[in-house]
Design a binder for this molecule. Structure first.
Ligand code: ATP
Ligand code: MG
Length: 567
């Protein structure tokens, strides 16, 4: 391949924002600087949608030698909390990124206030004493102009005095607002004299009671970018119509002679099937007790996924696969699960655990005898080594691995049929015992001593292999099986239903009597296991040696599609 072809191939794989950044760097825009920021509002935990933004903001700075700062857009003290600030920091680090500086929009409250005063003085802002409802009613529609507020042309001195007194705490919340005086007939609704300051008396988690007026997001975001020196302000598509407003304020703020200004670029937000991502809805799930908390393993939050056993690599690979575009869409959550399987297949330690145990007695194996066999930790990774498993006369197997009257193609245990016990012998089933109701209570088999796995010269083959654990050293574990939290493919679009009615009643199944090999007790939160033939699992954060608890991270295969098709 020629160098030229190589270059074109590389170009093609760049996303549109990378192309813009490369072009800007080449033309030495902003003196060749690249500065981005990730700007969460600390009013909730980060979710998988935020991960998409994090990977873009941090990823692009990393790739092109720029810097990405973390900025908390903390302009609404009624909804924000330090709990969220701490969690956001932790989640970004877990995803594998580091920020340059840590900033807060609240650090700019004085600068923003001074700018607002300046706008009033220059006739670009006024205090409006109408209610927010009255203001909304005067907005007009995209095709008809709005109506001027009766306060629109009040004297500058009056607005200055009122704004200062608003901040001194003289007026109740809602009594008045500061509005930018722009254009009530603009085709962009955001230009129709937007509210830029409101009165809030709730103390702020960083500035306490210093302020009684707080800037609206649209009056803080663009200017904060400017104060920090952000070059590429990357966000999601819903901010496209806000961009001209941010540019308008920056034109009024920056010195005429300066060439520097932040530029905003927008990409498509992540929407996932069977998932809700709005922080408001996630908070409602937590507050209504519909989930166990922000880190419930069914939540689409990063802390929820972490607890469930998703790895940061899997999430980053997923984000990489779906890419960045300029149109909104919906991504199948199966794609995320696929990325998780792909990653765990490479790293998960293989173990045996029986979720629905029934006893298998090897009647020709001497009582009291045990043998130690080597089980391979990970066939995908030779360096992962092996661990010992104990074989004995009595074992646990899955109830579904025995059938008394089995169809021809059932390659598991059934009277007269042979099966391999993984890492051990081939056994031949001889029958079973039942209780009064006809339920199978024990299964019987004889082992073929010359068929030991890996050590046998015997040509004997059988079609099925099943997993097992020995009754002599099996440990009891609790297993939590998770499924999709919502029934509907697009739960956010369902109207007229309470949140609780949208939930999948089978999203959590707890199994109390599972049996696992003792090797599993070494596991700690964050470790990944493949329960052979069953799925991927990870110890819960509350798991202890005395009471081990495992979360199912993801099933071994995508069974969901088949289930839905059958129904
Ligand atoms: P939500 O709507 O879930 O409450 P938000 O947009 O209000 O989220 P912020 O804390 O303001 O949350 O978001 C911080 C950054 O994350 C913003 O740049 C925002 O564009 C981005 N972001 C939020 N949700 C998504 C998403 N679903 N996909 C991609 N980026 C997102
Ligand atoms: Mg927001």
């Amino acid at each position: 391949m020629s160098d030229e072809t190589n270059k074109t191939e590389e170009r093609k794989s760049l996303n549109f924002i990378e192309q813009i950044v490369e072009k800007n760097l080449a033309e030495k825009l902003n003196d060749g600087r690249l500065q981005t920021r990730f700007p969460p509002e600390p009013n909730g935990y980060l979710h998988i949608g935020h991960a998409k933004a994090v990977c873009m903001d941090f990823g692009i700075a990393q790739k092109y030698g720029g810097v990405c700062n973390l900025r908390f857009d903390d302009t609404n003290p009624t909804k924000e909390d330090v709990e969220y600030v701490d969690a956001i920091r932790e989640d970004i680090k877990w995803l594998g990124f580091e920020w340059g500086n840590e900033y807060y929009a609240s650090d700019y409250f004085q600068q923003l206030y001074d700018f607002a005063v300046d706008l009033i003085k220059k006739g670009h802002a006024y205090v409006d004493e109408q209610t927010s409802q009255q203001i909304a009613d005067q907005k007009g529609t995209p095709t008809t102009p709005g109506t001027d507020s009766p306060y629109r042309n009040r004297p500058v001195e009056e607005s200055l005095d009122l704004f200062q007194r608003m901040n001194a705490g003289e007026f109740p919340e809602g009594a008045m607002t500061l509005r930018a005086k722009i254009d009530m007939a603009s085709s962009n609704m955001h230009f129709r004299d937007p509210i830029i300051y409101r009165i809030i008396h709730t103390p702020h988690h960083r500035t306490g009671t210093s302020w009684h007026v707080y800037p609206m997001y649209d009056f803080a975001h663009g200017q904060s970018d400017y104060f920090e020196g952000v070059t590429h302000s990357i966000c999601t598509l819903e901010f496209v119509p806000h961009r001209p407003l941010y540019d308008y304020f920056i034109d009024l703020l920056k010195p005429q002679e300066s060439n520097y200004r932040p530029r905003q670029y927008e990409f498509n937000r992540l929407n996932l099937t069977y998932t809700m991502m709005s922080k408001r809805k996630l908070l409602a799930l937590v507050q209504q007790g519909l989930v166990a908390g922000w880190d419930d393993p069914r939540m689409p939050t990063l802390c929820g996924y972490r607890r469930r056993g998703y790895t940061p690599e899997a999430i980053r690979n997923f984000i990489d696969k779906i890419g960045y575009t300029k149109y909104d869409g919906m991504i199948d959550v199966a794609l995320l699960e696929h990325a998780v399987r792909e990653d765990l297949n490479k790293r998960a330690t293989r173990v045996a655990a029986v979720l629905d145990p029934i006893k298998l007695v090897i009647t020709n194996y001497p009582e009291g005898q045990t043998e130690q066999f080597d089980a391979i930790n990970n066939p995908e990774d030779e360096a992962a080594g092996t661990h010992k498993v104990t074989f004995a006369r009595e074992l646990y197997i899955e109830r579904e691995d025995f059938m008394e009257d089995a169809p021809k193609k059932y390659f598991r245990l059934s009277p007269g049929r042979e099966v391999r016990l993984q890492s051990a012998y081939i056994v031949s089933c001889t029958g079973c015992a039942k209780d009064d109701q006809g339920n199978v209570t024990e299964v019987y088999a004889e082992y073929l001593p010359e068929t030991l796995s890996g050590r046998s010269d015997s040509a004997r083959k059988c079609k099925g292999t099943i997993h097992w654990v020995s009754c002599t050293d099996a440990v009891d574990v609790e297993v939590r099986l998770y499924d999709r939290l919502f029934i509907d493919e697009d739960p956010s679009a369902v109207e007229g239903k309470e949140l609780a009615e949208l939930l999948n009643p089978d999203s959590l199944k707890v199994l109390h009597n599972c049996k696992a090999e003792p090797f599993l007790l070494q596991g700690k939160a964050g470790d990944s296991y493949q329960f052979k033939r069953v799925g991927y699992f990870s110890p819960d954060i509350d798991s202890t040696k005395e009471k081990p608890v495992f979360n199912r991270t993801v099933s071994l295969k995508d069974t969901w599609k088949k289930v839905v098709a059958k129904e």
